[in-house]
Structures are given as structure tokens and as C-alpha cells.
Design a binder for this molecule. Structure first.
Ligand code: IVH
Length: 673
């Protein structure tokens, strides 16, 4: 009983993290299938333990892809997801359920490809594209109309004359494999991290703030769902053929079927044929064709009963385990890694695969000399999914998780309720010291060029640096004679260090390696606190009040700042001249904007959207997502969407720029960033 509750909590926190990795960071660590398995287990446990109810449980929401920099729009019809199945048997069961629910009526099933990109909703009025919105949290999403307009396969004006005056069409934005490769090669050449897969690349591209760059990347779009009050036909198939005539890209793989045998044959066919397709697919979708029958079957809270997804099995190979090693992360987290006999899997050679933590490793029950199953699903990251038991030697001993740090020998510790074992020797453990400095200099943190992991390790080994603050005491003279550092690179390193003083406070908070605080949380924490002294003085309750910060993270933050050495490093960074406050720390507050409603649109140069939002609210104004008669001002940056511009014009709403806006605040003494 108690154990169940603990498991519920652990599953919730894991799922929250995976959600964030997937929707916000576009960097999933586990496959969709693994995610679904965790979610299902949680759903089951929550059903057994109603006393564990939590309105924030990951089972009670669909993930969100909403990001800053776009205005948000309500969906006319919620954007739901599909129930997933992983075997022909599951699809057959769904088919039988439909047959029973329709009480012997004739029915047709439409089979389609499940495109592995990012969902999009397009709205057309009188044959013109008026709006493109991402899925977001299913209820409202980001208005990405300007970017969608650059996608050539999205018709801006429709052909023919039999389309409804007003309708919505849903589809998937994808990045074809060929373009994916081009973009990743460009990124590698520029020293940027490549996208993990075409889905992340498509989602990331659609959220770029520069439509010209979106256009250059050659996204594509396939459509599969028409919604509206006056659709031309009473069935899905014919409506999709009509949409094709209007100019939409509708997959030719779509097929009408009426028996289970046909459904099974469709699955068998596409299970192998999909490998020839130019775009990524992660499964098939089956839908009841008749719209009347769809209506009768209806929806659950999360997905339609009249449709089901069949997910393709991940590619799987077997290979012998050489040994298990244990990586030490910058916060001391120990990660078990299976070192494998190199094996080719979906086009890449796999030598290592993370097993994440002791619990997962234990569940896999890996023994010395085992042969393992390795899988790669939609993700590029390989996973160990099991052991080939038939190949196990009778006397094979289990691989034990280490009890001491493999780098410094310190005994490992584990916090109650957490999966990770930690090396607590944060100050003395070499990979942790190097890892934190490497993180600090990283592109998304202080962006100090020239410090690869080799260089950082060498400087630590030579006793020149031991923490991030030491970087600011380095001089070109100290570096010049070190192995592998030429005259020129010594001064380049120093220039990079000096330039890092201009990095905004938000990134400083991310750079200092507070355990568990990622890029997005760091931003929110920095903006909520405003400056380092406030942040260091914040207690659990005020930290938990920040969006994104739970009790675990709040504890990690207070623990971090309770440590004298961390405080000393922060003080030295302050003395070195790093930004220790957000740039609008002294922006005016008052009621200058009382009763005024603003819509923010476009890209800004002086402050971020979030900062403008805060300024509006701090001065009594209201910030809303879309333009209406009640809007007083549109605060417009660059690249404001033309639809918005037109609407504001029509309604006679004042469109103001950043300078006009700042002039409305008392003395407008907000600093220039
Ligand atoms: S139908 C109400 N058809 O899969 C059902 N979705 O897991 C609407 N997807 O959010 C979705 N290919 O982004 C449908 N042929 C297809 C699809 C498809 C890909 C995506 C879509 C949806 C997700 C559901």
C-alpha cells in the first residue's frame, strides 16, 4: 500500500520530467512506447488509490508545446490525441469493440499512415488560410501562421468552389529525411547539436521566430482530418479526397477497408513498406469512415473512440554486453551505461547505451556475459530493452550497481523517493568538477568559446581552475605554456571569458549548476526572483510559488545556496562582473496602464515578450492572447503576423512599438538590456 503511493509519486515525477523533455526541450530520453507504459501504470495505480488524487498528475493532462514568442489562440475544437496500440491483436480488439458498439450496422474503416512530425491546425475562411495553430496543450496552442505560410505544401488559397466558407483542417508538419540530413550536417559544421530525429527538427523549426529561416528548411505537411459544420460529404474518406482537390497534400496510402483481414493486411504491408517513404512515420491510424457513426461512438476525455493508432515496433537487434560502466554527472548522479559489442542499428553503429538509473538496471536484471536486446524507436538514442535469456550462461552473476563513486571512491548516497544514486563529494570528485565547468562555459549558458571537455580537464588537472569562478582569474600568460594551447588560442579563451560578463542573469542561474534546474526553470526562477540576493534568500514556499518549481527543486535550490562554498563562488562571480539581476529589475511599477488591454505580437529587441508581459501587469494593464474590440493596444515587434495587422487595422486599434510602449510607463526608466 505504502509502496504503491511511493511508486505513484515516483512515476508522476518521472513523467513530468519526460513531458518537459519532449514538449519543451524537444529532447526526449525515452521512446513514446516507454512513456505510454509508465503512464498506463500510473493510471492503473491511481485508479486503485483514489486517495492519491492530484490535479497536477500527468495522467490528467495532455502535453503542451506552448513556447514564448508566439501569441496563444484557443482551438475551436480541442486537439485530442489517439489511443495507442502496439500489436495487431490490440487493433483487432478495437475493431471488435467498434463492431459491437455499432450493433451490426455496416461500417467502413479508413487506414492511414501516422506521420511522425508535429500536429498543426489550419483555419480557412472563404478559401484563404487565416490561421495556423500548434497543438499546444490541446485546448490552446501557439499562433504560427507566419511560419506555416512558408511551407510550400500548405495552400494559402484554395482551388475549386465546393469548400465550406469556414472550416478547419488538421495535419502533420514533417521534415523529409533528405532535408533533415542537410540541416543536421549544417548544424554539425557550425558546431551546433544535431536534431535527434526529424520530428524534433520539424517541431523546432516550426517554432523559430524567423519565418525566412523556416522557409529555408523546406518543411512539408500532410493532412488527415477535416472539421466544420458544412463539410461536403458525410464520410471521412470522401472529405479527404475533396481536400486533395482543394490543394491539400493527402497521403496516397489512405485505404478504405471493411474486414478485419483487410486491416491486418494493411498493417503487414506498411510495417515493411514504410521504410521506403521519404518522411518519418511512427505507425498507422485506423478511423471509422462515416461521420454519423463517428458521432455515435464519440470521445473519451483524451481521444476519439472512433479511431486508434497502431505504433510500429522499434527496430531491434541483439549484441553481447562487454561491461557496464558508471558515468558521473556534474551533479554527482551516477548513470549505469551498457558498453556493447558494436552493432549496426537503423543506420548507426551502437557501442553504448544508457540504463538511466539503478532501478531500471535492476529491472533489466543484467548478468555478466549476457547478450542484450537493443532498440531504437522514433528516437535516435538506443535503449537496452531486455536480455536474451536463452543465451545466458547458467552460472552468470548479476551485474551489481556500484556502492562507491567510480571516480573518487566516495560512498554513494540516495535521497528517499529518488531514483538516482549520487556521489556526495561534489567539491573533490574530478568528473563533477570538470562537468560543472563544462556546463558553465556551454553555448546555452555563458557561451565561452574554446573550452572543450579536454581543455577544461587539462586546466583542472594542472590546478589552474577548480570551479566556474576561477575562470575569471585566468590570464593569457597563465594559459600560454600549457600543453595544446597556442599563443593565439590563449588570448581567444580570455576574450571569451571577458565577453561572458554580458550574458543575462537568466543564463547565469542556469550556468551555476543548481541540481535539477534546467534551462526553462532557470529562466522562470531568475525572472521571478529578479536578482541573486532575492533568490538566495527565498524559502521553500516562495520558490514553490514559481511556475515549474516543485518541492524537490525548491529543496535543491535552498540546499545549494545554504552551502558556503556555493555562496562564495556566487560572490566571486558577482565581483567578476557577471549579471546578477534581470535587466528590468528597476522597471517602473504603478497604475499607468490601469484598465488597458494589450495584445503582444512579433519579436522584440529591447526586452523579451515575457518582460513586456510583466511590465504590463506590473502597471495595472491586462495582457490577452488575441485581438478583439476590447483590445486597446497592440504592442508590435518585428514580424508581426499579417492577419493580426489586418484585424487590428479593421478594428481601428492602436498599434504601438516598443519605444511608444516604454514611453507610456512613468519616466520609462526601464534600463536598456
Ligand atoms: S487523426 C482526433 N491521423 O498523431 C484524432 N493523427 O497521437 C485526430 N497523426 O495529434 C488525429 N498522422 O498529430 C490522425 N493520419 C493521422 C495522423 C495523426 C499523425 C498525429 C497527430 C495526432 C497524433 C495522435
Amino acid at each position: 500500500m505504502d509502496n504503491d503511493i511511493k511508486l505513484i509519486e515516483s512515476l508522476r515525477s518521472q513523467l513530468h520530467r519526460h513531458n518537459h523533455n519532449y514538449y519543451v526541450l524537444n529532447a526526449p530520453e525515452i521512446s513514446d512506447r516507454e512513456y505510454d507504459t509508465l503512464l498506463e501504470r500510473l493510471e492503473q495505480l491511481e485508479a486503485e488509490h483514489p486517495e492519491s488524487y492530484d490535479p497536477n498528475s500527468p495522467t490528467l493532462r495532455v502535453g503542451s508545446d506552448i513556447s514564448e514568442g508566439f501569441s496563444q489562440v484557443d482551438h475551436i475544437y480541442p486537439m485530442l490525441s489517439l489511443a495507442n496500440t502496439y500489436s495487431i491483436d490490440d487493433v483487432d480488439e478495437w475493431f471488435a469493440r467498434i463492431r459491437d458498439a455499432l450493433y451490426g450496422q455496416q461500417f467502413a474503416i479508413i487506414g492511414e499512415l501516422k506521420f511522425d512530425g508535429t500536429g498543426i491546425s489550419l483555419v480557412y475562411e472563404h478559401g484563404h488560410l487565416v490561421r495556423a495553430v500548434t497543438r499546444g496543450d490541446g485546448t490552446h496552442g501557439d499562433d504560427v501562421t507566419a511560419n506555416a505560410r512558408t511551407i510550400r505544401s500548405i495552400p494559402l488559397e484554395l482551388q475549386g468552389d465546393d469548400y465550406p466558407d469556414f472550416f478547419e483542417i488538421r495535419g502533420e508538419i514533417v521534415l523529409p529525411f533528405a532535408n533533415f540530413e542537410v540541416i543536421n550536417n549544417e548544424r554539425l559544421a557550425k558546431g551546433e547539436a544535431p536534431f535527434a530525429n526529424p520530428r524534433n527538427a520539424a517541431a523546432g523549426t516550426l517554432k523559430l521566430l524567423n519565418p525566412a529561416e523556416v522557409s529555408r528548411r523546406n518543411l512539408d505537411a500532410y493532412f488527415y482530418y477535416l472539421l466544420g459544420d458544412n463539410l461536403p460529404y458525410d464520410n471521412h474518406y470522401d472529405n479527404m479526397q475533396a481536400a486533395r482537390r482543394w490543394g491539400f497534400k493527402i497521403s496516397g496510402a489512405m485505404a478504405k477497408m471493411s474486414t478485419l483481414e483487410e486491416v491486418d493486411r494493411f498493417i503487414a504491408h506498411w510495417d515493411s513498406e514504410r521504410k521506403q517513404l521519404p518522411v518519418a512515420t511512427d505507425g498507422l491510424v485506423f478511423k471509422v469512415d462515416s461521420l454519423r457513426q463517428q458521432l455515435n461512438l464519440g470521445f473519451t476525455a483524451k481521444s476519439p473512440r472512433w479511431a486508434v493508432a497502431y505504433k510500429f515496433a522499434a527496430e531491434r537487434v541483439t549484441t553481447p554486453l562487454r561491461f557496464v560502466s558508471f558515468d558521473v554527472g556534474r551533479s554527482g548522479t551516477i548513470t549505469p551505461v551498457a558498453n556493447l559489442e558494436p552493432v549496426l542499428l537503423s543506420g548507426t553503429m551502437v557501442k553504448r547505451a544508457s540504463m538511466h538509473n539503478a532501478d531500471i538496471m535492476k529491472a533489466l536484471d543484467i548478468r555478466h556475459g549476457d547478450t542484450l536486446y537493443v532498440e531504437k524507436g522514433g528516437e535516435i538514442i538506443p535503449k537496452i530493452t531486455g536480455v536474451v535469456l536463452e543465451a545466458r550462461k547458467a552460472e552468470a552473476a548479476p551485474v551489481e550497481f556500484v556502492t562507491n563513486c567510480p571516480a573518487c571512491g566516495t560512498q554513494l548516497t540516495r535521497r528517499p523517493g529518488e531514483a538516482a544514486w549520487i556521489c556526495p563529494n561534489h567539491r573533490g570528485c574530478f568528473p563533477q568538477i570538470v562537468g560543472r565547468i563544462e556546463h558553465f562555459v556551454g553555448r546555452r549558458m555563458m557561451n565561452i568559446d574554446g573550452f572543450g571537455s579536454e581543455t577544461v580537464a587539462m586546466l583542472v588537472r594542472n590546478g589552474l581552475i577548480n570551479n566556474a569562478a576561477d575562470l575569471y582569474s585566468l590570464s593569457a600568460d597563465m594559459l600560454r605554456d600549457l600543453p595544446g594551447i597556442a599563443d593565439k588560442s590563449a588570448s581567444r579563451l580570455i576574450e571569451g571569458i571577458v565577453a561572458s560578463r554580458d550574458v543575462p542573469f537568466e543564463r547565469v542561474v542556469f550556468a551555476i549548476s543548481i541540481p535539477g534546474v534546467g534551462e526553462t526553470s532557470a529562466k522562470k526562477i531568475a525572472r521571478a526572483a529578479g536578482d541573486i540576493d532575492t533568490l538566495m534568500a527565498m524559502d521553500q514556499a516562495s520558490l514553490c510559488a514559481i511556475d515549474d518549481v516543485g518541492p524537490g527543486m525548491a529543496q535543491a535550490i535552498t540546499d545549494f545556496f545554504a552551502d558556503d562554498q556555493n555562496r562564495a563562488i556566487v560572490e566571486r562571480l558577482r565581483l567578476a562582473g557577471l549579471s546578477m539581476q534581470t535587466q528590468i529589475a528597476d522597471a517602473p511599477k504603478g497604475d499607468a496602464l490601469a484598465g488597458k488591454t494589450f495584445v503582444i505580437s512579433g519579436v522584440f529587441t529591447r526586452f523579451s515578450r515575457e518582460q513586456y508581459k510583466n511590465m504590463i501587469e506590473a502597471n495595472g494593464g491586462k495582457n490577452v492572447g488575441s485581438i478583439s474590440k476590447k483590445t486597446d493596444y497592440v504592442l508590435a515587434g518585428e514580424n508581426m503576423g499579417p492577419a493580426k495587422l489586418e484585424k487590428a487595422g479593421k478594428l481601428g486599434i492602436a498599434i504601438i512599438g516598443e519605444d511608444d510602449f516604454l514611453a507610456m510607463l512613468p519616466q520609462a526608466q526601464a534600463e536598456n538590456p
